[in-house]
Design a binder for this molecule. Structure first.
Ligand code: ACM
Length: 653
């Protein structure tokens, strides 16, 4: 949703003569994006638009459909001008911006405005004046927990650009892997990356690809904790001298760098200076989260160092470490970014805090005078619905920030932690929900209508596929594989209303680690299951007006609910057969059984309500008992229609 949109009259009809001109001071990439725009418009409409490739120095078309003008080239940096004005009239579309970055954003808006009717494709007349609410609108991708090849990153950069996001935060180092080539210390990637890492050439390609889409790349080197993979090749950096191997478990680990040795800082100086030369952005992330301090506490030389230097606790010791990092980064012209934990009175204010533990942390940072951005509430690895993330505002009134403190809130980042995703499934955890977060960070604060968001998210989700994103197509592919190609329709009916368990429950339910398969039913299912959401909504809607007259919409809603429940219920015999034939999905047999029971009592409840008769108390308690059983996850997957059916049962009382 743009900052403002003023509808005009008429529409711009698209035909084979559609043409684009580019004028003003534009960066080279504007031609590429304008060309992409034309290919995408071609692709979506099937209209063979005849204009040649759009390139610098091309001859301008005789009659112009879309006139692009940018005043300045602009420079890719925090706070760059991304505003634009898009005016569509029946004869001409004009896109004007102060900088090339605004042009890129405006082209995406224009593609979103494409509409169709039986006569063809068109843009409705409108004047859009748009600018972002926050300057930092990021997505964290974590190729350290599970390796993600370059093409995964590139297609997600395209997805980000489509949603006007502007920071790709790469979490490059972890206990489970070191994913960037270091020429200075090659054992970091050779031993720490086990063969899976980005070469410096590949990183340059990622940075260039992102920059051409107005996206900054901020690398994260997470230290002093979360650093086991560093120690495999360079154990001398560790607090506890021992042999280290790549971590296979998920969680908070004990290995930690030694902040008391000069050798640690010499190493980090060389390494971070090398990385500062590779990553052009002014910001560099040093992590700093979840250092449990165990190895520090058990080391006599650390205790001695703390006593000698009058350091009262581990937080203060880490602040001393961070101060040294701050010097190294400053020397290289970099601003330091870190998680909440790096906040400490001894640390200068020219750093950015990334708040992950809560909005209180964000407020505390802003009140202490630090620039800050929000990730708490945007943890897309936790499988929460888009509506939850959408309503999570970086600046809720409750924080009680002054207008000066509010200015320190730069925006936020969705975080796609990599424990439970692979190259095959990651897109389905990022998209389409991240579109809702992107809107939260771009659009005015009062744009908060959930129904409108979901309606638009559904459209965006399909458009995102034109970049090769796999959130839709891999779903069917994975289901197909689970049943060896036989019974995918039956399996999909269950998968459509199932979701992976939420938050960190998956770790508690099974013996997960980095080498386990992520190809099971749970991995095929997706967050915010649309079919379940629509069913629950339909139930709610139908019950709301059940005391009213027997109007048509009410009858239609009853019919739709009956058909849906009946469809689900009648699927079950075939579904059991599919499950029996494929051992990899035996674990979801109880889920299918619960689906059968739930849909049966759902149909019964529907009849009680329709006939306006009260259900016997014994039936109510039996039926609610079925719901309780159906709330249990199986194969780390849960049924998402339980609440809708429980609502039907409660309405029979
Ligand atoms: C974090 O989630 N430990 C930043």
């Amino acid at each position: 949703v743009p900052h403002s949109a003023e509808p005009g009259t008429g529409k711009f009809q698209i035909n084979t003569g559609f043409s684009i001109s580019v004028a003003g001071k534009v960066s080279e990439f504007v031609y590429d994006r304008a060309d992409d725009f034309l290919r995408r418009l071609n692709g979506r409409t099937g209209i063979f638009i005849g204009q040649e490739r759009i390139r610098k120095g091309m001859s301008q078309p005789a009659t112009v459909s879309l006139k692009i003008f940018s005043k300045e080239a602009g420079e890719l940096a925090l706070g760059m001008n991304e505003s634009y004005e898009l005016r569509i009239t029946p004869d001409l579309i004009s896109l004007n911006a102060v900088s090339s970055y605004g042009i890129i954003r405006g082209l995406e808006t224009l593609l979103q405005l494409l509409e169709a009717d039986p006569e063809g494709y068109f843009f409705n007349a409108v004047t859009v004046k748009d600018k972002p609410r926050f300057p930092w609108r990021g997505l964290l991708i974590d190729p350290a927990r599970h390796w993600l090849p370059v093409d995964v990153i590139l297609r997600n950069i395209d997805g980000m650009a489509a949603l006007k996001m502007n920071v790709l935060h790469l979490h490059l180092t972890e206990d489970q892997g070191f994913r960037i080539e270091s020429k200075a210390y090659p054992k970091l990637h050779e031993l720490g990356g086990e063969g899976d890492y980005y070469s410096q050439e590949q990183i340059k390609e990622i940075i260039r690809y992102a920059a051409d889409r107005c996206i900054r790349v901020v690398p994260e080197f997470d230290i002093p904790g979360h650093a086991t993979s560093w120690l495999v090749g360079y154990p001398e950096l560790a607090t506890v001298q021992q042999e280290y191997s790549i971590e296979r478990e998920w969680g908070i680990m004990n290995p930690v760098l030694d902040p008391t040795k000069e050798r640690t800082y010499e190493f980090l100086d060389t390494f971070l200076t090398e990385m500062a030369g590779l990553f052009p952005d002014a910001y560099m992330h040093i992590g700093g989260d979840e250092n449990n301090g165990k190895h520090w506490n058990q080391s006599a030389h650390i205790t001695k160092f703390k006593e000698e230097n009058n350091i009262k606790d581990n937080h203060e010791l880490q602040a001393l470490f961070n101060k040294r990092l701050h010097k190294i980064l400053s020397k290289n012209g970099k601003m330091m970014v870190g998680w909440d934990e790096i906040q400490h009175p001894d640390i200068p204010k020219n750093i950015v805090i990334q708040s992950w533990r809560g909005q209180k942390g964000l407020a505390a940072a802003a009140k202490a005078g630090y620039p800050v951005m929000l990730s708490n509430g945007y943890y897309i690895d936790l499988i929460q619905p888009a509506s939850f993330h959408y309503l999570n505002d970086p600046l809720p009134d409750e924080l009680g920030l002054t207008s000066e403190e509010k200015k320190l809130v730069l925006g936020g980042e969705a975080t796609m932690w990599g424990e439970q995703v692979t190259a095959e499934t990651i897109d389905s955890r990022i998209w389409p929900r991240t579109a809702a977060i992107a809107e939260r960070l771009w659009s005015p604060a009062d744009v908060r209508d959930i129904a409108s968001m979901y309606e638009r998210m559904g459209k965006i989700s399909i458009q995102l596929e034109e970049h090769g994103l796999t959130h839709e197509k891999n779903y069917d592919m994975m289901l197909r594989r689970l049943c060896a190609g036989k019974g995918v329709d039956e399996l999909r009916i269950l998968a459509d209303v199932a979701e992976p368990v939420k938050r960190y429950r998956r770790n508690a339910l099974s013996d997960v680690n980095a080498l386990m398969p992520y190809t099971r039913f749970v991995d095929a299912t997706r967050p915010d299951a649309q079919k379940a959401r629509e069913f629950n909504y339909m139930v709610n809607h139908w019950l709301k007006d059940r005391d009213g007259s027997q109007n048509d919409s009410k009858k239609n809603n009853y019919k739709a609910l009956f058909q849906q429940l009946n469809h689900w219920y009648s699927n079950n015999n075939q579904l059991f057969n599919v499950i029996d034939q494929n051992p990899i999905i035996h674990e979801i047999r109880p889920l299918a059984e619960n689906m059968r029971k739930m849909t049966f009592i759902g149909l019964q409840a529907l009849e009680y309500i329709k006939n306006q008769s009260k259900a016997p108390e014994a039936w109510i308690s039996f039926a609610l008992g079925i719901c309780d059983e159906a709330r249990k996850p199986y194969g780390e997957t849960e049924l998402m229609i339980v609440e809708g059916i429980a609502e039907l049962i409660n309405a029979c009382k």
